[in-house]
Design a protein around this ligand. Structure first.
Ligand SMILES: [Ca+2]
Ligand SMILES: [Ca+2]
Length: 268
């Protein structure tokens, strides 16, 4: 019995040596800084898409306020920043209280899904960083100051529309814009009618192109109509959709679409 254990221990040792040889560990660090706040994500890169020991450190005014290992959903769960060119960790004041927040973005791996943000804000009372998690799904976001007030918005799309009426590739997504305010993500899309308007026009255009290529275009009609509801033009949107969509499943599609837009809060 003892010999058997030893043998299997040797076997394991050889196995793990092989594993080590085929998975060279490379320690990497991504950093970002704003004012007296510096953030750092460190991790071990195994094979091309595997990451371990992902650690976040936030140093504020010379003091390490946060230092912890971040949970990973799988070993493919990795900081999005490794995919960008400048590899900078976003540290910036998102809500205008003169205190920078830290955004750690992650990608869960797999064919499409998913990206999420861990946003950390400094709480002056507890002298700690408090985390907010926001899911982006397939689409991710861009930070852009859309209303030119000096604070960035999260420019994104509503991921609930993925696969809702069709395949992933043929899915369309309504515009979605978020602001971060003191630990909360607020959907402010309806305050940007010009952007919604051009987004809706884009969805309509994509629908026309999809139809020319033989697709029924249901995914883009759905995102178009959702955009129209955001503009307060739901009735007009329905008229157009009903004019162009003549396929045999139209009664069921329209009923499903209406139900979906109600469930997702577009029809109020
Ligand atoms: Ca802030
Ligand atoms: Ca802004």
């Amino acid at each position: 019995m003892r010999a058997l254990i030893n043998q299997s221990a040797i076997g394991l040792a050889i196995l793990s040596m092989t594993a080590v040889l085929s998975q060279p560990v490379k320690a990497e660090v991504i950093t970002g800084q704003s004012g007296n706040v510096r953030a750092e994500i460190s991790f071990d890169k195994l094979e091309e898409y595997q990451y371990k020991n992902v650690r976040l450190q936030i140093i504020r005014a010379g003091t390490t306020v946060l230092d912890k290992k971040l949970p990973q959903e799988s070993e493919y769960d990795r900081p999005v920043e490794v995919l960008t060119d400048d590899k900078k960790l976003p540290v910036l004041d998102l809500d205008g209280n003169k205190e920078p927040e830290v955004i750690a973005d992650f990608f869960t791996g797999g064919a499409h899904c998913c990206t999420y943000s861990l946003i950390y804000r400094y709480d002056g009372k507890s002298k700690q960083y408090i985390q907010t998690r926001h899911e982006w799904g397939n689409n991710g976001y861009r930070l852009q100051d859309l209303d030119k007030d000096g604070l960035p918005e999260f420019d994104s799309q509503d991921d609930r529309f993925a696969y809702a009426f069709t395949s992933y590739a043929a899915s369309g997504y309504p515009l979605q814009i978020w602001q971060y305010r003191q630990g909360k993500m607020i959907d402010v899309t309806r305050s940007y009618p010009k952007l919604i308007y051009s987004h809706a026009a884009e969805q309509w255009q994509t629908y026309m192109e999809a139809r020319q290529q033989g697709d029924d275009g249901k995914g883009f009609l759905a995102s178009y109509l959702a955009d129209k509801y955001l503009l307060g033009q739901g009735q007009d949107g329905w008229q157009r959709v009903q004019q162009v969509y003549k396929k045999s499943d139209r009664t069921k599609f329209f009923a499903d679409l209406r139900k979906f837009l109600r469930e997702t809060g577009y029809i109020r």
